[in-house]
Design a protein around this ligand. Structure first.
Ligand SMILES: [Zn+2]
Length: 45
């Protein structure tokens, strides 16, 4: 399942909303990005 994240309000947007228009349903921002998986964001200390 593909999930996008809003660059402005940082809310997770389901793929269902993007099928019609690429826009954040919460704040109306058109800038969305794919957040990386949790495993990829682990920092090597
Ligand atoms: Zn937003």
């Amino acid at each position: 399942m593909v999930q996008y994240k809003c660059l402005r309000c940082e809310k997770i947007i389901k793929n269902e909303y993007i099928k019609r228009k690429i826009r954040c349903p919460y704040c109306g921002s058109k800038i969305l990005y794919k957040p990386r998986t949790v495993s990829a964001t682990v920092k090597a200390i």
